[in-house]
Ligand binder design. Structure first.
Ligand code: SIN
Length: 332
């Protein structure tokens, strides 16, 4: 039944290349889970503006932020069924489709977002965009958010400080292993449920970027945030491959151009939005931001890095090596 809805929707979209196209724009939906005032939120809005402009109004893009249309659990299924055309999940959320993309979840793999950018731009990163085509997902672009910080209602300065606490994680087995390595308990939860889980104490802590911690108000229910930069939250913009490949060439080219420009907007504003969010959290006085000494940082690396060996077989050593190499300042 659901499949036939997708087929009907695709035929309808293609039919719009005929005489009706002049009057009737093709509606495409872009669903995501974060707020408008985040890197992904801003880029989705820019994509809408540009796609509508470059297709001369033949395409109308509806953006649904904040899990309004689909949350974490349903958005991939919605793309598969044709209920939504564009999504941009965090890379961690592709866990059930491919283990290779999980390379991004390895703790302390990338020194900074510049290294993540080099890896994504290189051959290994570009190949990953097409790594789920057999599952009918096509990656059009990577969008940055930023490095993850760890929070709780107590200072987390040494790995032992996390022992016994329950941390919300995205649906990724590597992130689960990362918290198990700290003798903490990971709890997979959809992004839209995190604030409440922190508020009522279903979980004690979480890891996220400054822009997500600020825009979702996690800082209001977490007294202590450690600037750990221990991992990354970035996105892959994905479409239903069959839908995309069946689009008329002019619409596909126009939307690809819009996507490339929106990607640049995203990556230009991501650092700034995260810095601003951090400043606003600091100014709120609600939670204290802790810095790690070099010695404390070494302890976190030592505690979390054993996770790499557990997943090397599933991810592939070559891919991990390529990611590590991106920490040097050249594209690999
Ligand atoms: C997102 O940035 O899209 C959400 C990340 C999360 O689930 O923590």
């Amino acid at each position: 039944m659901r499949k036939s809805i997708f087929v009907v929707a695709s035929i309808a979209a293609l039919a719009l290349t005929g005489p009706a196209a002049a009057q009737q724009p093709m509606i495409v939906k872009f669903s995501h889970v974060v707020a408008d005032n985040t890197p992904k939120g801003q880029a989705a809005i820019r994509f809408k503006e540009l796609a509508e402009k470059y297709t001369n109004g033949k395409v109308k893009v509806e953006v649904y932020p904040n899990s309004q249309l689909f949350g974490d659990a349903k958005e991939m299924e919605a793309v598969a069924l044709g209920d939504v055309q564009f999504i941009a999940p965090s890379l961690s959320k592709f866990d059930k489709f491919t283990k290779q993309i999980q390379v991004f979840d390895l703790p302390f793999l990338f020194n900074d977002i510049a290294a993540v950018d080099r890896f994504q731009a290189g051959k290994a990163g570009q190949d990953l965009l097409r790594s789920m085509e057999s599952k009918n997902f096509l990656g059009l672009a990577y969008w940055h958010n930023g490095m993850k910080q760890i929070s709780a209602n107590k200072p987390l300065l040494k790995p032992e400080d996390a022992k016994g606490l329950k941390f919300r994680i995205q649906a990724s087995d590597i992130l689960a292993a990362q918290f198990q390595a700290l003798n903490a308990t990971p709890q997979k939860l959809a992004f839209s449920e995190v604030y409440q889980a922190l508020q009522v104490g279903t979980v004690d802590g979480q890891e996220n970027t400054w822009s997500n911690i600020f825009s979702q108000k996690f800082y209001e229910v977490q007294k202590d945030i450690t600037e750990s930069d221990h991992g990354v939250i970035d996105y892959m913009v994905v479409v239903n491959a069959k839908w995309w490949n069946a689009l008329p060439k002019d619409l596909q080219d126009a939307m690809k151009k819009a996507m490339d420009e929106a990607t640049k907007v995203n990556n230009d504003v991501a650092g700034k939005l995260n810095d601003e969010a951090k400043q606003k959290i600091a100014a709120s006085g609600t939670s204290k931001i802790h810095q790690l000494t070099p010695e404390q940082r070494k302890q976190w690396v030592a505690a979390m890095k054993p996770v790499w060996a557990k997943f090397e077989g599933a991810i592939g050593k070559d891919l991990i090596d390529a990611a590590v190499a991106s920490n040097e300042s050249k594209t690999n």
